[in-house]
Design a protein. Structure first.
Length: 330
């Protein structure tokens, strides 16, 4: 229950003062008659009933009238939200070069993909109502997880990624084209692709230039992230005597990544550490936030009439008792 004029309820604070005034007047106006001791006991009881019962009825009537003046209402509020969400396709390089051990996570030297998986998990959790999907690529590209609002399922698919799962080389153009294909027919406020790679386009049937044209045609904004250092980096390889760490020369085609982001309306970022990568995804998260429109509706029904009827009943009861039974008793 709510009140349309809640401030009126403050008048109830006057009731104790009114009670004191009525009690004071009652004491001043009481009439003492000589009675026998037996009659005195009965008279005391009837005196109290004859005075306090009408007083209680009158005060209850006043309190109920104040509540009625405050206009009590019964109502139910409900809200409906219109989610103008974003569709985000995360496109992740799982080629052999992601084995480079040039990043740290919680103090441990780990490969690039392990860091990416951790950062992506944090990013996914923050995306609220947006639909997210995951594409992995190496020599080929395939959809690891289609667009969905089930973020738990996306996180699970992220954790299932492993290096070399679609080949050793890097098909950036093919991965972009597949991302656009998954986004182009989706109705959303914005279509976004986050392309993460550490290398150069050296595989696939579609060139990055062609993929850019496709992305522009369907209005897909591409954020590109170049991960890892260039030059000689530690690299774990399997040998007959177990895993060995060697230094390998790795290069990245930053010019292509910059071109992809600029021509599609996105941004290019470079991450050489886990901290860099975390900041990048936090930045993208802020850039691609949308407000959810919430409309609140409230249905109210006035119920003050019931309080008015209750006050009237108490008033009539006081008058009736005061002029009949209690009148005879006192």
């Amino acid at each position: 229950m709510s009140f349309a004029h809640g401030w009126v309820l403050a008048l109830i604070l006057v009731v104790p003062l009114l009670l004191w005034m009525l009690l004071y007047r009652g004491r001043q106006g009481s009439l003492k008659l000589p009675l026998s001791s037996q009659d005195q006991g009965f008279a005391t009881i009837t005196d109290k009933i004859g005075f306090y019962l009408p007083l209680a009825l009158r005060l209850a009537c006043i309190i109920i009238l104040i509540i009625a003046l405050a206009r009590p209402q019964l109502g139910s509020a409900y809200s409906s939200s219109k989610n103008k969400g974003i569709d985000i396709m995360m496109v992740v390089d799982t080629s052999e070069s992601m084995m480079a051990l040039d990043m740290k996570l919680n103090g441990r030297q780990v490969d690039r993909l392990e860091v990416v998986k951790k950062i992506l998990e944090d990013f996914i959790v923050k995306r609220g109502h947006d639909r997210l999907g995951l594409i992995v690529f190496g020599e080929n590209a395939f959809t690891q997880c289609p667009l969905t609002t089930d973020h738990g399922a996306v996180v699970d698919m992220v954790n299932r990624m492993y290096i070399g799962m679609v080949g050793k080389m890097t098909a950036i153009g093919s991965a972009m084209a597949l991302g656009v294909k998954r986004l182009k027919d989706i109705k959303a406020k914005s279509r976004v692709m986050i392309l993460l790679t550490d290398g150069q386009n050296n595989a696939g049937e579609i060139s990055p230039g062609t993929a850019i044209d496709i992305a522009k045609e369907y209005g897909v904004k591409v954020y590109t992230v170049g991960v890892g250092r260039e030059g000689k980096v530690p690299f774990a390889i399997n040998t007959p005597i177990g895993k060995q760490v060697i230094m390998a020369e790795l290069m990245m085609d930053e010019d292509t990544l910059v071109k992809i982001s600029e021509e599609t309306g996105g941004q290019y970022f470079r991450a050489e550490s886990a901290e860099d990568l975390q900041r990048i995804y936090n930045h993208i998260d802020k850039l691609e936030k949308v407000q959810i429109e919430v409309k609140e509706h409230t249905d109210h029904k006035d119920i003050f009439e019931g309080f008015l009827w209750a006050a009237l009943v108490l008033l009539l009861l006081e008058l009736g008792l005061g002029n009949t039974i209690l009148f005879r008793l006192t």
